[in-house]
Design a protein around this ligand. Structure first.
Ligand SMILES: *Cc1c(COP(=O)(O)O)cnc(C)c1O
Length: 377
């Protein structure tokens, strides 16, 4: 008999907890030339397009690697070398996006906000009006750093009205928060296998407007990260250009089937929203405050103020919560001490209350539980 304890639930924004069905889909090997595998790739691409209601207008190009590889591929492929990118920035992933643009030697400007603020469509409107040299706006939909939801639709309408190109890092929102190509104009949306679709990590994908993609030949600075080349090769051969992450693709296919069985985006987004609400109220009840105003909190990951107590340190806190079955995430804010808890992944209704209970027990064990008697007295 096996004596392996159940692995902890990951309350992290990818990799995240996946279902047994998804993991079981990786128990066989596939040849990258094989027709059966290439059918899986085709089906995954088609269903990803359908999730964004983009099949008529866009193409889905998968890319090997973590999500950042696809962001870098999208910038390099879509932005010509003499392009000029504006990055509205309210956190770490926005900063990474701007850094990618600069590393690729594209002219880049930022519009900077505090980490507890949304980026503003009207600010972008003014900036685009003032600077006709800006060719692209590259934004993050859910800024996973603090957990802020940025107003994608409003920004998309502004960018379209100015006739510029919009590139969206929707890594931590795709599949859970609505992105409808028929309602929200965009030239590229980037996401990955191991986030809200609840696949395993290892590949990203970019949904690119076909009319734009057709003109992207030669833009890329990179051989391996050229989405135009990947697309042309895939159209011609049905194969990936270089070795595909076969098991990851098979797992994503299986994860998407479960996503559709669950009820697609409304069901997935609804489940995460319930997790998020239960998490914030449960933590409040044990004296831990969330960082963001509820109106700008995305239901993906929540930043909490660390307990204000001399006994607190994240490492011990993390280990104690892990012993009780849950993996937390460190904070990513520069100024204040925080930690993060993800709302996404395949865990049941008991997951969030169980995590809150584990955190409450940990606080008692560390001697940092709130003295509720004193507070209510
Ligand atoms: C997860 C994530 C990425 C990609 O991160 P990787 O570590 O490369 O997978 C990019 N942008 C956002 C907003 C994310 O949440």
């Amino acid at each position: 008999m096996s004596n392996i304890p159940a692995p902890p639930i990951l309350l992290t924004p990818g990799p995240l907890t996946t279902s047994d069905r998804t993991r079981r889909a990786m128990l066989r090997d596939w040849g990258s030339w094989d027709g059966d595998f290439n059918q899986i790739t085709q089906r995954v691409r088609q269903r990803l397009l359908d999730i964004a209601n983009a099949a008529d207008t866009h193409e889905c190009i998968p890319m090997q690697g973590s999500g950042t590889f696809s962001v870098e591929a999208a910038i390099g492929t879509l932005v010509p070398r003499n392009g000029h990118v504006l990055v509205p920035s309210n956190g770490a992933y926005c900063q990474r996006l701007a850094r990618i643009c600069r590393v690729l030697d594209r002219k880049t400007g930022t519009l900077d906000y505090a980490e507890n603020q949304q980026v503003s469509a009207s600010d972008i409107d003014r900036r685009l009006a003032a600077d006709p040299s800006i060719t692209h706006v590259a934004m993050v939909h859910c800024e996973t750093g603090a957990g802020v939801l940025n107003p994608l639709h409003d920004i998309a309408m502004v960018v379209a009205r100015h006739g510029r190109s919009l590139i969206v890092d929707a890594m931590s929102s795709f599949g859970a928060l609505e992105i409808d190509a028929a309602q929200t104009p965009f030239d590229a949306v980037i996401a990955a296998s191991g986030k809200c679709l609840e696949g395993v990590p290892g590949m990203g994908f970019v949904i690119i407007r076909r009319a734009i993609l057709e003109k992207c030949e030669g833009n890329s600075h990179s051989l391996a990260l050229d989405l135009y080349d990947q697309w042309v090769y895939m159209q011609k051969t049905t194969q990936w250009r270089f070795t595909p992450p076969t098991h990851v693709v098979a797992a994503l296919d299986e994860a998407i089937t479960q996503y559709l069985d669950e009820g697609g985006l409304p069901a997935r987004g609804g489940r995460y929203a319930r997790n998020c609400a239960a998490l914030i109220s449960g933590m409040e009840a044990i004296g831990i405050r969330s960082y963001l105003a509820p109106s700008i909190q995305a239901p993906i990951i929540v930043t909490f103020h660390a307990p204000d107590h001399p006994n607190y340190d994240f490492k011990t806190f993390y280990q104690e919560v892990k012993k009780r079955g849950y993996i937390l995430y460190p904070g990513k804010l520069t100024q204040i001490e925080t930690f993060r808890v993800g709302c996404i992944g395949h865990f049941g209704e008991a997951g969030i209350p169980g995590a809150v209970e584990a955190i409450a027990q940990t606080m008692k064990a560390m001697g940092i539980a709130r003295d509720t008697a004193a507070v209510t007295a």
